[in-house]
Design a protein around this ligand. Structure first.
Ligand SMILES: [Zn+2]
Length: 256
């Protein structure tokens, strides 16, 4: 497996290939032509260790080739290394790469409040599975999530108060500025669902896995898995199998 390490965060695109791997572009269709936007897979089977005494220019050429491949991978239709899409919570206590044991180039990652399956997550999952070669979706919720820290109705009431003070009408707010046509029907009734406070993280992640598995825009052969990250022990557990002694719900959060 190719490993890419940033030499300096300030030098975009300057990469070093650890392990001296040499890659070769193959002509293998990843998914029998179903994914139309990308057609070629990088084949690392012929990776060779660098030889001592090799002319320097060969190493330079290799680095330029790898950097070009990194920069243009979307044009070339190269998927991320693990063909993986991850949705997790925006919470700062989830080091998602470390949690899953993956590197920067291994996955497409989205974060939102609660790791919930919103329309934008469906959009990302749809694009990555249909056009960018992704074969696996992982949902990672977590203990002590802020989305369990208040009741949905209380958040809505607080939001309404704030909007009213500013002279704004909940019924006229654009939820997606790019698509103003995308509106909630009866916002007063449905805004609580849109905000999405939930009672139990294990149940919520299980629901999210179900949404992705059954969504018509996600191919049926895509693997979908769910996990819960414990912010205390900094470990993952299977969704639906809480190990106990942790804060999984509004009740345990002490939410009134
Ligand atoms: Zn959270």
């Amino acid at each position: 497996m190719k490993r890419i390490t940033y030499l300096s965060l300030s030098v975009i695109g300057l990469l070093s290939i650890v392990g001296n791997a040499q890659c070769k572009e193959g002509l293998t269709p990843i998914h029998s032509g179903e994914n139309l936007a990308w057609k070629w897979e990088v084949d690392h089977k012929d990776d060779q260790p660098a030889h001592k005494g090799q002319p320097v220019h060969k190493g330079v050429e290799r680095e330029i080739k790898e950097a070009t491949e990194w920069r243009t991978r979307r044009q070339l239709g190269i998927p991320n290394q693990k063909k993986l899409f991850v949705i997790t919570c925006m919470d700062e206590r989830i080091p998602i790469h470390e949690a899953l044991g993956i590197d920067l180039d291994d996955a497409h990652i989205m974060r939102n409040a609660g790791a919930e399956i919103t329309d934008d997550v469906i959009r990302g999952a749809f694009l990555t599975t249909n056009f960018f070669g992704t074969k696996e979706l992982i949902v990672v919720g977590h203990t002590e999530c802020g989305m369990m820290s208040a009741k949905g109705s209380d958040v809505v009431n607080a939001a309404k108060k704030r909007l009213t003070k500013k002279g704004l009408d909940l019924n006229k707010i654009n939820l997606d500025p790019r698509v103003p046509q995308l509106k909630l029907l009866n916002p007063n009734e449905n805004i609580e669902k849109w905000i999405g406070m939930f009672d139990n993280v294990h149940k919520e992640v299980a629901k999210s896995v179900g949404y992705l598995k059954n969504h018509p825009l996600i191919p049926k052969d895509v693997i979908v898995k769910g996990y819960v990250w414990d912010v205390n022990s900094m470990t993952l557990e299977h969704v639906g199998k809480p190990r106990g002694g942790k804060v999984y719900s509004t009740k345990q959060m002490g939410t009134k």
